[in-house]
Design a protein around this ligand. Structure first.
Ligand code: CA
Length: 246
């Protein structure tokens, strides 16, 4: 069932097989159901400053820096970048609104999937653009005995965030992995783009309001409509990975 997607990937990169050793997880929108809060906070904060950034559009920009997101809207509506002071103020407001919301919960299906992956003897790694200081503690609380600091890539590890391949290339380096020894799990267009650009088989999980096409157009090798759907298909998918050869 997944053989076509795998064969296409292998042909494209001239690999003989995917020798899977690690699964590289994005965090927001994949492990935690945090994107609705981010999108709502963006929409609300921009509105306070007279800008229009819809809930849906916020998903399109997921992974961009705050400054980049604000400037896209500022250019569109005023034909110029926001000043550094405006950026600081708007981003501060967005953060305040976000922090006033209840903490996002673990994404449904994610813990079940991770347990299967660990059970198969594979390494689980995190690759996020987030730089929250409490990140590891929160991960350990929600996903006990899963993530190791030395195998994590966060905002502090890279110069260029997604959609640059740098975060995923850094993950390969930290894990001592070749691109065909890992897969990426991403929910956002720019995250998918980063995984694909790093030469890694990239699974898109469409946990937000964007059309599938947006994720497929960035080169996603496979797409699932949710984390529970990916979890349900894991055995089939993993079995295809282990058997498919060029
Ligand atoms: Ca994400």
């Amino acid at each position: 069932m997944y053989n076509n997607a795998i064969t296409n990937y292998l042909q494209q990169h001239s690999f003989g097989s995917i020798n899977l050793k690690a699964v590289l997880f994005d965090m927001d929108g994949v492990l935690f159901n945090s994107m609705p809060n981010h999108a709502r906070a963006w929409n609300e904060a921009m509105k306070r400053y007279g800008f229009d950034l819809s809930y849906e559009e916020a998903y399109l920009h997921e992974g961009r820096t705050g400054a980049a997101t604000i400037n896209i809207v500022s250019q569109r509506e005023r034909g110029k970048d926001a000043t550094p002071e405006e950026i600081e103020e708007i981003y501060h407001t967005k953060t305040e609104i976000f922090n006033s919301y209840p903490k996002a919960t673990r994404m449904e299906g994610s813990w079940e999937l991770i347990q299967k992956i660990k059970g198969a003897g594979l390494t689980v790694m995190l690759v996020t653009g987030s730089g929250q200081h409490s990140l590891l503690e929160r991960l350990n609380r929600n996903f006990p005995d899963t993530f190791r600091q030395e195998l994590m890539v966060t905002a502090y590890d890279v110069k260029h965030g997604k959609p640059s391949p740098e975060p995923y290339l850094m993950a390969l380096k930290k894990g001592g992995l070749q691109p065909n020894e890992a897969i990426v799990v991403e929910n956002a267009p720019m995250g998918v783009k980063a995984g694909v650009a790093a030469g890694i088989f990239t699974v898109a999980v469409n946990t937000g309001p964007l059309p599938d096409k947006v994720l497929l157009d960035e080169g996603a090798n496979l797409l699932f409509p949710s984390m529970p759907a990916f979890n349900n298909e894991w055995e089939q998918f993993y079995s295809s990975i282990r058997t498919e050869r060029l």
